[in-house]
Design a protein around this ligand. Structure first.
Ligand SMILES: *Cc1c(COP(=O)(O)O)cnc(C)c1O
Length: 457
């Protein structure tokens, strides 16, 4: 008999978590204005609000913390980090930053100007924010298939080469670089194929443009290339990552994802001019060039985390857990963005709460119901997150309305996933009775989802 699959690690330290009663949760959620971002974490039993900065570090990473060099300039921790990044990516120039959006801020301060167009496969929200704040346009070139949640294709995160060609043919002079997000977070943690990275590179070369990877989940992307794309089954994750980055000119990284640290990020590039252009902004916004907003100990943990999470077994454990939750939901017929992505399951709320009108925010309503059911905190990636149209001030109902269940790395067991699946089933079983959603009583002008206040209709 074939041995069953099990995690590639064992547990050395635990943190207690607590259940609550439905009555408590009713009160707490009311106090939080039906916005789960406003809930104190102690009121949450299983927290799937994000996989960002919520992972469990390894014993090696904690040991690395003790060896941190806190010298202001030229710390050994910086050189360890830089060497690791260069070895994994081939990029010679490295600028540390305190997290991913800070890397965007530093690099885009140099590269993005008013009137520019940055084409990309679903820009992440902070990335889009940093482009739009500079009065430039984030131009979406994601493949159309990404919008069909039930379509099962291996590389749903790809950039559409025809859309990229079209924008370059018309506006090449306004494009400072092409952005490829790996994995495509916004489209559901869906991967980008090596073939697609090669195509983007070829088009970029034809127009004399550079390519930047938004690389928060590059290791998960490499795992999908290994397991889904012809010709890569026998390559290591590190070999695949190295080839992926060979098609890019540089990267921004939120290390809170695939480097499994609680805080951190960086920029890396092969081009001296990008480095020279960005470094002044690092000093201005983040700190001196050899720490850029990070502690020496945190740079050590980051370097070790990058190394660990570009090993197959670690990624296999993680991605199989996401898939496991997907399989459990399949048993109950609950619709989610297919196939299961790298870091989260995205429930298609409009297909579950069919009686809740879009004006009453089905995905937010499902987020509320799941919390009330079992103290599980997900995150709405839907109509509330989409904000209002900046011109008409109307709600944007054009995109998908999803409940994201993001799974922290190395934190929960599959028993927790079973609780999540059954809690969702219980909500799913009474979906016909859920006919009303929520309405907004207060909202911020942009990025409203963090602070929005709601009430039940
Ligand atoms: C998280 C993330 C960012 C921003 O990184 P932070 O560390 O949260 O600032 C940028 N791009 C992608 C794809 C991300 O997932």
């Amino acid at each position: 008999m074939e041995l069953p699959f099990a995690e590639s690690w064992k547990i050395k330290m635990v943190e207690p978590i607590h259940k609550s009663t439905r009555e408590q949760r009713e009160q707490w959620l009311k106090d939080a204005h039906y916005n789960v971002f406003q809930l104190p974490a102690v009121q949450v039993y299983i927290d799937l609000i994000t996989d960002s900065g919520t992972g469990a570090m390894s014993d090696r990473q904690w040991a690395g913390m003790m060896l941190g060099d806190e010298s202001y300039a030229g710390a050994t921790s910086f050189f360890k980090l830089k060497d690791t990044i260069t070895r994994l990516t081939g990029f010679e120039y490295v600028i540390p930053t305190h997290q991913g959006r800070a890397a965007e801020n530093v690099l885009f301060s140099y590269l993005v100007h008013e009137g520019d167009i940055v084409p990309g496969n679903s820009h992440f929200d902070t990335t889009k924010g940093h482009i739009e704040a500079r009065h430039a346009t984030a131009w979406d070139i994601t493949v159309d298939e990404a919008r069909d949640t039930q379509l099962e294709i291996p590389f749903k995160g790809n950039a559409d080469p025809r859309k990229l060609e079209a924008v370059l043919a018309e506006h090449a002079d306004r494009v400072p670089f092409i952005l490829v997000t790996i994995t495509n977070n916004t489209a559901g943690g869906q991967p980008v194929s090596m073939q697609n990275l090669r195509e983007v590179r070829a088009i970029a070369d034809r127009y004399g443009k550079r390519v930047l990877f938004d690389s928060a989940r590059f290791a998960e992307n490499a795992y999908f290339i290994k397991t889904r794309e012809a010709g890569y089954a026998d390559k290591t994750i590190k070999e695949i990552a190295r080839e992926m980055f060979s098609y890019a000119d540089g990267m921004t990284m939120s290390a809170k994802k695939d480097a499994i640290v609680n805080m951190g990020g960086f920029i890396a590039t092969r081009h001296r001019d990008w480095y020279e252009g960005a470094k002044g902004f690092c000093v201005q916004y983040e700190g001196y060039l050899t720490y850029g907003g990070m502690n020496g100990r945190d740079m050590n943990a980051l370097a070790i985390g990058l190394n660990e999470n570009t090993e197959f077994d670690n990624l296999d454990t993680r991605i199989r857990q996401v898939a496991y939750l997907g399989h459990r939901l399949d048993e109950f017929g609950i619709p989610y963005q297919r196939p299961a992505g790298g870091h989260a399951i995205f429930i298609d709320a409009t297909k579950v709460l069919t009686h809740v009108p879009k004006e009453e925010f089905p995905a937010q309503t499902l987020t509320v119901e799941l919390y009330l059911e079992a103290g599980i905190r997900g995150c709405e990636i839907g109509y509330i997150l989409a904000d209002r149209d900046p011109v008409t001030r109307e709600n944007r109902f054009g995109g998908l309305d999803l409940l994201r269940l993001a799974i922290p790395r190395r934190v929960y067991t599959n028993n927790h996933m079973d609780v999540v699946a059954v809690a969702l089933k219980n909500v799913f079983d009474r979906r016909e009775q859920i006919t009303h959603g929520v309405r907004i009583t207060w909202e911020a002008p942009i990025m409203r989802h963090f602070t929005v206040q709601l009430e039940r209709v």
